[in-house]
Write a protein that binds this ligand. Structure first.
Ligand code: ACO
Length: 428
């Protein structure tokens, strides 16, 4: 017999269906609640609200579990490649060797961006933040591919829109970097794999051949895989809600990029390194900074700590911490902020404030140290997160369309003035 939940409002009782997911998560289906009772639910920050049913990513915050389409993140980070994971997320299953080769080939046919898009790069001030540029450039793709605007596009047209975005994003990201240096851009090379091609466009030089170290390529695959999806977070929900109005894919992802930018979300990776640098310049006293983070009168928070869903450990942080040691070791880099990060983590994990609130290092705590070791400047970190998250956003947008989800439109409880009459200006 299926479960129900009962709710009583103004002395009247209502039975609501309870739905159970494949991993036995339960949710009370309130979709008819307002129709039958007139009442709505209030849940600031959606801490208890499921916005959709989804078959893409499963995570259990209490146990520190993360699966993409059923596959544990640890196995994918160790054994897969970023493009394979992108395929898995978007299409639902791991591809055969032939299917993956075809996917790769299709993407390699669309890596160039329209030459007119270069004018955008010329227009941005050289010091403008890469995330602002990225959001603008991705949204601008809709101007170059107007067929993407049709909400009733065929499956083939939808597929091409997706392939174009996957293919062009690395070119856009690396060109943002090149332009910030005032260097000429490097064009895509189709014989290189997706990640290697991105690194070549980023760190290659027009004047000479640059060999990208395999350690760097492997680390980049791992980082991008770890960021590839994370179910209904702030940026992903943004992508789904913008897409639910039938806005095109490029506009929806551009909105997701803006949502990711904030330091409480993807922007934390930049904020962590800036924080660690500040602590270092301040003498490296982690106790002083922990005290600041605990002080309710001080707006400072320990960046890269805490997570809405993970309340035990973030499995991605565990993998990244190890990768961080490996990468720095292999590249022979000694970064003093890594020691500060480790001291801070150790102290926080023993501190009652952090223990009581179940605050652990999240994916962003160590990722910036790796990005820096690979040669990226701090303000590019969140853009790299966006590059990694792209397949997840696309998969979620595609699922939202396939499910024919209604337009996202929350309700509210009004707390403003009740009806009053207009007073002409000369009488106020
Ligand atoms: N430093 C100090 N205190 C913290 C921190 C932190 N990093 N994170 C949470 N807390 C405290 C809060 O002050 C609050 O304390 P209280 O109960 O005494 O009022 C309690 O822990 C719960 O925090 P909330 O803000 O209510 O938790 P929420 O789930 O809304 O926020 C968030 C989660 C935004 C990630 C938060 O932990 C945070 O701001 N962390 C720092 C920023 C960060 O690293 N963001 C990246 C997250 S991962 C990602 O998006 C990719």
């Amino acid at each position: 017999m299926s479960e129900t939940a009962s709710i009583s409002i103004n002395g009247k009782s209502y039975e609501l269906p309870v739905i159970t997911g494949t991993e036995n998560e339960q949710g009370i289906d309130i979709s008819k609640l307002r129709d039958v009772s007139g009442a709505i639910t209030i849940d600031p920050g959606y801490k208890n609200t499921g916005a959709t049913k989804s078959a893409i990513t499963f995570l259990d915050g209490e146990k520190g579990v993360l699966h993409y389409r059923g596959y544990p993140i640890e196995q994918l980070a160790e054994q897969s490649t970023f493009l394979e994971v992108a395929y898995l997320l978007i299409y639902g299953d791991l591809p055969s060797a032939q299917v993956l080769a075809d996917f790769r080939k299709k993407i390699s046919r669309h890596t160039l961006i329209h030459e007119d898009m270069k004018k955008f790069f010329d227009g941005f001030p050289s010091k403008s933040h890469p995330m602002g540029q990225l959001s603008c450039l991705v949204g601008a793709l809709s101007a170059f591919y107007p067929e993407s605007l049709n909400p009733n596009m065929t499956e083939e047209e939808e597929e091409l829109t997706i392939i174009k975005l996957l293919a062009k994003m690395p070119t856009i990201v690396s060109w943002i970097y090149k332009k910030s240096l005032g260097h000429p851009v490097i064009y895509p090379r189709n014989e290189l794999n997706f990640v290697h091609n991105f690194l070549n466009m980023t760190f290659g030089q027009i004047t000479e051949d640059v060999v990208i170290d395999k350690v760097i390529v492997d680390a980049m695959h791992k980082l991008l895989i770890l960021h590839a999806d994370h179910e209904q977070n702030c940026s992903t929900s943004t992508v789904r809600i913008v897409g639910s109005s039938n806005a095109n894919l490029y506009a929806s992802i551009s909105a997701g990029i803006s949502a990711l930018w904030g330091p409480l979300h993807g922007g934390a990776n930049q904020a962590v390194i800036e924080m660690l640098e500040n602590i270092r310049n301040d003498g490296g006293d982690s106790a002083k900074w922990l005290a600041k983070a605990k002080d309710k009168n001080d707006p400072f928070r320990l960046m890269g700590f805490g997570h809405r869903v993970y309340k035990n450990f973030d499995p991605r942080a565990k993998i990244i911490k190890k990768a961080c040691d490996d990468v720095l070791d292999k590249l022979g880099i000694n970064d003093p902020v890594l020691d500060i990060a480790k001291q801070l983590e150790e102290a926080a994990l023993k501190d009652q404030y952090f223990v009581d609130r179940k605050l652990y290092p999240n994916v962003d705590f160590y990722s910036g140290i790796i990005y820096r070791a690979l040669g990226f400047p701090t303000d590019m970190f969140t853009v790299l997160f966006a590059l990694g998250r792209l397949p997840g956003w696309i998969a979620q947008w595609k699922e939202m369309r396939a499910n024919k989800e209604p337009i996202g439109r929350p309700r509210q409880i009004y707390t403003g003035s009740t009806k009053r009459d207009y007073v002409p200006l000369d009488q106020r």
